[in-house]
Design a protein around this ligand. Sequence first.
Ligand code: MRU
Length: 341
Amino acid sequence: MFEAISFNGSSISLLDQRALPQQASYLTLKTPKEAAWAIHAMAVRGAPMIGVTAAFGMALSLRDLREDESLEQAFQNAKQQIHTSRPTAKNLFFALHAMEDAFQEALREGLSLKGAQERLNARALALFREETQRSEAIARFGAGLIPTGARVLTHCNTGSLAVPGPGTALGAIKEAFAQGKVKEVYVDETRPLLQGSRLTAFELSSLNIPYKVIADSAAAGLIEAGKVDAVLVGADRIAKNGDTANKVGTLMLARLCAVHGLPFFVLAPTSTIDPDIEDGSGIPIEERNEAEVLMLSGTLVAPPGARAFNPAFDVTPAGLICAFVTEQGVFQPPFLGSISE
Ligand code: MRU
């Protein structure tokens, strides 16, 4: 269908998600700084895809080593750049940690520049394969939760653009459709950046899966009218107690499901779980530029001088989540201690 990202050892080829669905254009990223920029600008997005971009970016850290620079300095400079690119998705920090471990091991072994570089390339590519396998397992387990004839609703984009492999929530929906169980998918458009209408609809269209894009605010009416059987979403960071940060608007859906007794499922790899954060109050929530809310396709849609509040995520309390699906299986309450990182 499309290749969202690839890495050849000296550059990253990245499908620029900002231009979809109108254009499938690829960016070539050659430095950690460019990888950090792509993450921040959301040319690439979705927690696991952010993680693998960070890993590939770190693999580029030794590529242009200056004569006056040590391996350690080059690696740490790159890490600093990528570390600050986006704050919420745990996968970014998970990937930086994995790359740091591989780098320190290479230093301990006294590897040459070439050897260290090869070690970083290998670790980044392994992380890509691991995330692919995790999403394949999540799609299989998640499909098992979807009843036959289901009309499902999803938010943001959690498919192959957001995750290596089939995806998390959208991966499960694709798998359930292949099993003949999905009647229709309602796709929240996902304001302000429209990941639902631009990206999820793009993926569903290319697979001929029946869907309707809805304004985010139409979800309540649909659910109230009994037209949705389950809501499936992804996650950017899951605290130790199960509180979950995901794309802004997720909390509204979780509360609606609770009121109407509908299943609300969170699907995410264990690389999204943060064992160091006790509950949702500790999850850093990114606030993005006001222009993302005030402008639509480059046109101002509010009075000149209008201000906006633009949190990219909200936090859903664990108590509203009927089940988590990770690559390890399906976890129902009480979650505490049952999901390992
Ligand atoms: O701001 P984004 O587009 O990176 O946000 C993405 C989401 O919130 C996704 O639901 C989440 O990362 C899970 S991706 C499988």
